[in-house]
Design a protein around this ligand. Structure first.
Ligand code: DAH
Length: 333
């Protein structure tokens, strides 16, 4: 009987090892260890043994065989279960790296590059950076900047009005100048800040105009600030940003929020002049709107387009190219 047991055990272990399916493994359990199974039946046969000595030996062998087969079943169960999981993972896996044999490293857009360099240069000159909201109140965008309701820039043709609050009270800011007012309200003078951001005009786009573009505003408020400080700051900026071979000039102009006002141009090394932006001494009415006493403080402001600078710097002939996201354009910079 001992021989029968070890033969049944060997056969069982063999079958278990060859099973490749979980359901088959379950029925094998019954076929071996069940009452009528190959080992189970031998257990019932023990009743016919008469000698106690024999009962002991057979009982021990059977017990060992049961334990060994049970553990072989459990081990195989584990192998099959995890194997099935592995197989399922393989089958359902998505290869996201499929089309990238060598990854392409991205770069910042040329307007972002210009924006970041402008911030670096102004920080180097001792300015701080501030930002304001793109959706702005009519008051901050126009009124506080000394532009009365009759001002032509406030026409529906030039400004996007937002359906919010009183009709006509909310706009997409048309310039970064309203951030001057916000800075005056949040910071006690002296103020040396630049304010970059996105602006919006209700304009038909062409090679030099976009309806959505970027500006950077500058504001200095301190005691005894004069037009000479403005001219000196513009010139120092021009040389720091474009290079020492560049120069600058101010031309008389008009803006409601500055008095006197000027356009500023930069002189390129070949002697040609390029118009960059507007500037001037902050109008007393604007200081008052910002809660600053014009008898005590004075200041200057300036503002210019960032997209324009990126365009000139990289020799882009049409500003619209910068926003079509044509990969052949983008990859050049
Ligand atoms: N906000 C003006 C514009 O968008 C630019 C400008 C002119 C800003 C004169 C200023 C300034 O701060 O002093 O055209």
């Amino acid at each position: 009987m001992i021989e029968q047991i070890s033969a049944a055990r060997a056969e069982a272990e063999n079958r278990i090892a060859r099973t490749i399916d979980l359901a088959d493994l379950k029925s094998l359990d019954q076929e071996i260890l069940g009452k009528k199974g190959t080992l189970g039946a031998l257990k019932s046969g023990m009743a016919q043994l008469t000698s106690i000595e024999e009962k002991k030996l057979v009982g021990q062998a059977l017990n060992e065989a049961f334990v060994a087969v049970r553990s072989a079943l459990d081990e195989r169960l584990h192998q099959l279960a995890t194997g099935e999981l592995d197989e399922r993972i393989q089958r359902e896996a998505l290869d996201l790296s499929e089309s990238f044999s060598s990854p392409v490293r991205g770069r910042a857009h040329i307007v972002t590059q210009a924006w970041q360099r402008l911030e670096d240069v102004f920080i180097g000159m001792g300015f701080q950076i501030a930002e304001g909201p793109e959706v702005e109140t009519d008051w901050h965008n126009f009124e506080a900047l000394n532009m009365p309701p009759s001002h032509p820039a406030r026409s529906m043709h030039d400004t996007f009005y937002v359906d919010h609050g009183q009709p006509g009270s909310t706009v997409l800011r048309t310039h970064t100048s309203p951030v001057q007012i916000r800075v005056m309200h949040s910071t006690k003078p002296p103020i040396y800040q630049v304010m970059p951001g996105r602006v919006f005009r209700n304009e038909t786009t062409d090679s030099t105009h976009l309806a959505v573009f970027h500006q950077i505003e500058g504001l200095v408020i301190d005691k005894g600030i004069t037009l000479a400080d403005l001219a000196g700051t513009i010139d120092a900026f021009t040389k720091a940003f474009f290079g020492s071979e560049f120069g600058s000039r101010l031309r008389p102009s008009y803006f409601p929020f500055t008095e006197p006002s000027a356009e500023f141009d930069i002189r390129t090394p070949d002697g040609s002049w390029l118009e960059l932006g507007g500037c001037g001494m902050v109008h007393p009415n604007v200081l008052l709107a910002g809660g600053i006493d014009p008898e005590e403080w004075s200041g200057f402001a300036f503002g210019f387009g960032i997209d324009r600078m990126a365009k000139e710097r990289h020799g882009v002939s049409d500003v619209r190219e910068m926003y079509t996201n044509d990969i052949r354009f983008i990859e050049q910079f």
